[in-house]
Design a protein around this ligand. Structure first.
Ligand code: P6P
Length: 347
């Protein structure tokens, strides 16, 4: 072997690429047929393309508003639309993806039969979460979730999307931050990959991520405290009390990008809350393409995710863009929050 080849070999041994990791994961599921590997690799390709644009967002005039608003009624920034198109184009000719749903699309995108092989999956995603932070250079992210179809007719239907989170076969996010990372689970552990921009590959950097049973961080938009229901207010006040035995007071950390707040709490421990309140009883975050994927990841890492009373992944969606109150993070912290809410509800 030439010295150059030896060096390349050594380099490769240092880093397990995302594709190699997914292939090795697939081998653990005999029924898998390589579809998974190509699906994840298409998502990672889209992530690299979006990353390239996010990294130069400040330089290129793509930060203006499109003048459109999405179903959330939010001003859609060009980067949102761009990321949505990149993900759709990466997946709509895959052959195993029968339909796509996105925060940026009012209705699902049904893939034409011309581009379908088995069409056994649907993919849902938030193409660029944290959009309000795009033009102030704060970490943003993409969130995705893969479901097996339930219907057998040629074209996918809404029924294929309205499945509880327990039916997810894969979920992940990309965080475009100080480095770009892709974190995913296929139900067997949570693994994080960091993009090496010099070679354009995601390398395994955070194997088998586990969240501590209890944290010392809470993430909530305190600006909404005037609208909080009493039990939520009491729980947050509880976290601010001094009590060495339970590590209180917790530190407040809130970035305003779900992916960034979630990722920090996943690695360091903590609880993120976007509760329902007097103005928005169901909170702000979307069940199918924000809360379910993050819930799958956190549970696989040993944490918990709840709407304050029930496990998020047990909720059967009633509609595509349904919102739910969201409490996610360390198992003991989520249990504490549920206790405060159940006591409050009992009153
Ligand atoms: P607020 C970003 O717009 C987002 O959808 C999530 O990424 C984030 O957690 C939340 O909204 C922030 O909402 O009301 O605190 O600005």
């Amino acid at each position: 072997m030439s010295p150059q080849a030896a060096t390349a070999e050594a380099e490769l041994e240092k880093g397990i690429t995302l594709e190699r990791h997914v292939k090795e994961e697939e081998r653990k599921f005999p029924q898998a047929r390589g579809v998974f590997t190509t699906l994840i690799s298409q998502i990672s390709l889209a992530a690299k393309i979006i990353n390239a644009e996010v990294n130069k967002a400040g330089l290129v005039d793509i930060l203006g508003l499109t003048g459109h608003t999405n179903i959330q009624g939010e001003e859609v920034q060009k980067l949102d639309t761009y990321a949505d198109e990149v993900l759709r184009r990466a997946l709509d000719h895959h052959g195993s993806v029968a339909a796509l749903a996105s925060e940026e699309m009012d209705d699902p995108y049904i893939v034409s039969g011309d581009y379908l092989d088995d069409g056994e999956y649907v993919v849902v995603y938030d193409p660029l979460d944290g959009s309000s932070n795009i033009d102030v250079n704060v970490s943003i992210g993409s969130i995705f979730s893969i479901l097996k179809r339930k219907t057998t007719n040629p074209e996918a239907t809404m029924e294929d999307f309205l499945q509880p989170g327990t039916e997810q076969v894969c979920a992940g996010y990309v965080i475009y931050g100080s480095s770009t990372m892709l974190v995913y689970t296929a139900g067997n552990s949570v693994n994080g990959f960091t993009l090496d921009p010099s070679v354009g590959e995601f390398f395994l950097s955070h194997p088998n991520i586990k969240i501590p049973p209890r944290g010392k961080i809470y993430s909530i938009n305190e600006g909404n405290s005037g609208k909080w229901d009493e039990p939520v207010a009491r729980y947050i006040a509880h976290l601010k009390e001094s009590d060495k035995a339970t590590g209180r007071p917790y530190s407040a950390r809130y970035i305003g990008s779900l992916v960034a707040d979630f990722h920090r709490n996943l690695l360091k421990g903590g609880i993120f809350l976007y509760p329902g309140d007097k103005a928005n009883p169901n909170g702000k975050l979307r069940l199918i393409y924000e809360c379910n994927p993050m819930s799958f990841i956190v549970e696989q890492a040993g944490g918990a995710a709840s709407n304050g009373r029930h496990r998020i992944m047990d909720i059967v969606p009633g509609e595509l863009h349904q919102r739910v109150p969201f409490f996610v993070g360390c198992k003991e912290d989520v249990a504490d929050a549920e206790r405060f809410l159940s006591e409050g509800l009992g009153r």
